[in-house]
Design a protein around this ligand. Structure first.
Ligand code: GTR
Length: 413
């Protein structure tokens, strides 16, 4: 009965193009309308969206949330470090590729790649950052243990065991389904602790005399997104990879970086957010679970400094996260939640994907229906997919099964 009442209380009023949502769980809020230009005019066509509204929203996210980042450098270059054509018992070719961020050989990230040996031509790939090092993704001895970063500026790094993160990366399942997998250790791009931006990629791009990013310049999430784009430059020259079929995927904080990478870099053909929560798929204005002030307090280096102006002032944010998802249109996007992951606000993740739908509809595509899918009932009929599964904050085999089904729809027509 209580749930019914709560549901009945969740009313959606569409007034002058803005959705005002009220419910028992969250305070009332009004979402900024993706289809209203800053001068108040309404967007009516997909070309108006692409030419006018999309750049407005993108710029606002850059200035207020993630910060501006450089484009991958023209001096970027690559080298194949290792190649094993008989990986996974002969099912795959495994490569490790150094992606140098600039002309220098000093700063690079290592892309670990698995390509199915049974293939006709280039293959679509799933690509995502990992938490603990490439050797933690795969149990194979041949994978190098890269420079694992410490968890803070004072701790000594501890090296996770080989395969420690392998439950999150079902490499064989992907290979059997005809997909390649590419992954990079987040710490290769920017270590995940606050060191005043002295390490990682930021200093490589400072202007003369600059010591840290400006208030509207990139934090760590944007740096990770930058790394994802750099890897994309490599995929474009690898003859085994179909660079037009790269699904970028990320869990949690890396899901935030993934959505942002998908928004700024339209070369990513599909974007998948797994439990990305605050600063990812979840609507900030709901203030449920992790809030803007909580995330800025605990991780002051993830977003740009300007984002801190919205601590406890979410309603003043010129954007909200449904617009981040809308920036991915018309490319397919998938948002997933876990029931016990209340910190990431599953309903807020769903609502944000749902409120991106009008932009997909401009392109004549289907977004999400209004009703939040029930547990373990994935919705993927349109270009926006969503599921919520039982269990904790994690990325599981069940999540991957849905992502493969969704990718099959678009990549294996
Ligand atoms: C939490 C953080 C979340 C999420 C998560 C993770 O501590 O509050 O925003 O990113 O970490 O990355 O696992």
């Amino acid at each position: 009965m209580k749930t019914l009442l709560r549901k009945a209380l969740l009313v959606l009023i569409v007034s002058s193009g803005c959705a005002t949502i009220s419910g028992q769980n969250s305070t009332d809020y009004t979402l900024p309308d993706p289809l209203l230009m800053e001068d108040g005019r309404e967007i009516k066509t997909s070309s108006e969206w692409t030419q006018i509204r999309r750049p407005e929203i993108l710029e606002s996210f850059e200035n207020n949330v993630y910060g501006k980042a450089p484009k991958p450098s023209k001096d970027m270059h690559f080298s194949i470090l290792t190649e094993d054509k008989q990986a996974l018992g002969g099912k795959a070719t495994r490569k490790e590729v150094a992606v140098y961020f600039t002309k220098s050989k000093d700063n690079y990230m290592t892309v670990l790649l698995y390509i199915p040996n049974q293939r006709n031509g280039r293959v679509p790939i799933f690509f995502g950052l990992n938490f603990d090092g490439n050797h933690a993704v795969s149990k194979e001895e041949g994978v190098a243990i890269v420079r694992i970063q410490s968890k803070s500026s004072t701790d000594m790094p501890t090296i996770p065991a080989r395969g420690a993160e392998s439950s999150r990366w079902p490499i064989e399942m992907l290979i059997e389904n005809g997909y390649g997998l590419a992954t990079v250790y987040r710490g290769d791009i920017d270590p995940d602790y606050d060191d005043g931006f002295r390490n990682g990629v930021h200093p490589l791009f400072y202007s003369n005399g600059q010591e840290k990013p400006e208030a509207d310049e990139w934090g760590t999430v944007a740096a990770w997104a930058f790394g994802l784009s750099c890897a994309m430059n490599y995929f474009e020259v690898d003859k085994d990879i179909d660079a037009k079929q790269v699904a970028v995927i990320g869990h949690s904080r890396l899901g935030k970086a993934t959505l942002w990478a998908g928004a700024i870099d339209e070369r990513f053909a599909m974007v998948i957010s797994n439990d990305s929560g605050c600063g990812g798929a979840a609507l900030s204005r709901r203030k449920i679970g992790e809030t803007v002030s909580a995330i800025n307090k605990n991780f002051p280096y993830w977003f740009c400094d300007n984002f801190k102006q919205f601590n406890d002032r979410e309603d003043f944010l010129p954007v909200d996260q449904h617009q981040l998802i809308a920036l991915i249109a018309p490319r397919p996007v998938y948002v997933a939640s876990a029931e016990e992951d209340q910190w990431a606000d599953p309903e807020g993740e769903f609502l944000s994907a749902y409120h991106a739908s009008p932009v997909y509809e401009l392109f004549g595509l289907k977004g999400l229906p209004k009703e939040m899918p029930k547990l373990s009932q994935p919705e993927m009929q349109g270009h926006i997919g969503y599921h919520i599964r039982p269990g904790k904050h994690d990325i599981t085999g069940y999540d991957w099964e849905q992502y493969i089904k969704f990718a099959d729809k678009f990549f294996k027509k």
